[in-house]
Design a binder for this molecule. Sequence first.
Ligand SMILES: NC(=O)c1ccc[n+]([C@@H]2O[C@H](COP(=O)([O-])OP(=O)(O)OC[C@H]3O[C@@H](n4cnc5c(N)ncnc54)[C@H](OP(=O)(O)O)[C@@H]3O)[C@@H](O)[C@H]2O)c1
Length: 294
Amino acid sequence: MSNRPEVTLAATAHEPAVTLPAIGQGTWFMGEGYATHEEEVSALKEGLDHGLTLIDTAEMYAEGQAERVVGDALKGRRDEAFVTSKVYPWNAGRDTAMKACEDSLQRLGTDYLDLYLLHWPGGIPIDETLEAFERLRDAGKIRRFGVSNFDVEDMRALIDRPGGEACAANEVLYHLGSRGIEYSLTPWQRAHDIPVIAYCPLAQGGRLRRDMLDHPDLVATAAELDLTPAQLLLAWTIRPVEGQHNILAVPKAAQRQHVRDNAAALNATLGDDILARLNSIFPTAVAKERLDMV
Ligand SMILES: NC(=O)c1ccc[n+]([C@@H]2O[C@H](COP(=O)([O-])OP(=O)(O)OC[C@H]3O[C@@H](n4cnc5c(N)ncnc54)[C@H](OP(=O)(O)O)[C@@H]3O)[C@@H](O)[C@H]2O)c1
């Protein structure tokens, strides 16, 4: 049995529990020409080879082109992956969600999604979106549904709605330099056994916060542990809290060496002394903060 950190999505009335490696793969900015199609496809395949099974995409990313990249990476190996896509809030209506999902499936070259997320809270009543998710699930198009960019009050309201308690995950921005969700959202999700999917775990390679990958103390700490700064950030993001692994990180990497480094971060363990040191450099939230998002 592997000692690599894993996160379990709870069983639902329709699906058994599923356990996933705590690091997956993001795809934002794929399909936009920053790397070639072949490089991006081969990076995602490399990730699957190394057990980074959750692939996170969205109809939004490159207006569907990122889903096509994922589709090419999945050819002949769909069953190895746990495919997550997201619906635009304005497409999350009773009928529009059916069409949006069909379009995503077509671009991905698959007939089902493992997880379908509402990309962020929008104007369509949540009951309508829940009904659409239920119809998609009954039609076998999605296995589970979840949400993204929901703060704790949104989550509380969601699980009170009919069907809302089946929400499998909430995907939110989380990295060592942005810890606002630790004040109330992550404790609430832990208590309700709803995993967090952490996006931008590398602060977009330092673009969201310039010192994230080159802060001297972070660099020194990573070196001490024989890790790269990015690996340290990932190991920190997926660390157990109160003995529980409830956070899964989805770094995006188009470079295969980055993918291999990210996979190797699953083997890193951070002791209490290291966690305390990181806390002193990048402190946790001491009051409720507005949900960080990009
Ligand atoms: N739900 C939402 O609203 C939402 C919002 C934002 C993002 N997301 C999801 O979360 C994923 C991750 O977020 P993100 O892509 O914004 O940012 P990120 O994963 O924090 O950072 C990606 C950047 O880090 C670099 N990188 C990856 N691995 C590295 C390593 N080992 N060492 C050094 N640099 C490394 C990548 O470079 P290369 O590509 O050149 O390898 C890329 O420039 C997205 O791709 C998307 O799937 C969701």
